[in-house]
Write a protein that binds this ligand. Sequence first.
Ligand code: SF4
Length: 360
Amino acid sequence: MNLVSFNDPQIAGKLLDGIRRAASGTGTIKIMEVCGTHTMEIGRLGLRSLLPENVELVSGPGCPVCVTPGGVIDTAAELALGSGVVVSTFGDMVRVPGTRTSLEKTRTNGGAIQIVTSPLQAVANAESNPQKEFVFIAVGFETTVPVVARAVTMTCEKNLENMSFIICHRLVPPALDTLIADRDIGISAFLLPGHVSAIIGTGPYAFLDKEGVPAAITGFESLDIVGGIHAVVTMLAGRHSGVVNRYPRVVKDSGNSHAMKLIDTVFRPVDAVFRGIGTIPQSGLALREKFARVDACRKYGIKIREHAMPQGCACGAVLKGKIIPDKCPLFATSCTPDTPVGPCMVSSEGSCAAYYRYER
Ligand code: SF4
């Protein structure tokens, strides 16, 4: 068996040389790495310092818990404290500040918060504890939607009356469309998230070609990322646009048709709020009417509102790629991973957490 190294320093060096050559004939290039995992890996590799001065990497809105409205966290906290409901969620959500509290503080104050690694685990808990009510907070981009869709269908198949969901999923392509329309940001190109693309394929990014923006679907090893940057800088230098798939070992152009069919069976697209950014048309998902009985918002009469970001927090500008985290006045002063003011400092995929750890 041939083992392929995705971290070969000699190949990385050649790709970096190619980036320098291609960028020498261009003006400033601003590349947004959309995915929070890319931001972390870029920081860990120290990649920014290896790029030519006119090639800038900015983080985007691809940290799922960062873009989840603070009102969702407040609502989950209220449910967990006062109503005898067990709130299940991914571990990444618990330390994220809402507008009044976090789920971690809620748990310390006696709230019923349960961390699960999969929504299917939450369904299993509901099935084995029929005397208790369970609500799963479903956050994440297209990557996590299929498993939540399956948890929803499973809940209905098993006729579990004590299980419901708050759906806060967000979709990547509509967010990118909104960001490129904002000329103040001035995005030249995108590194597209590999895991999201494994589900949706290349088709939903077709609008980028019409907008004249190059983009590369990119994996998470060092050569994947450097190769993605090389691809978009070369395209910019040659005045080309469109989407290249630099992660074909995982991403098929057609995506995962089984997962997409499941998503479409359970959900419909709706306008949705990205925390700190605002409402983006058709960027969220809602349960189809057929599955309304597992909608926690209907069941408990919940209306989730978005509130202002914490005073002084620049997470909105960070998530849009308008500034890099250390330009926020609270960065590494009053906002640190131990004392997070905004969501971007606490999530394992948050841009501010990545900069705090690797780029100070
Ligand atoms: S440093 Fe803290 S307050 Fe500032 S943008 Fe980042 S998370 Fe928000």
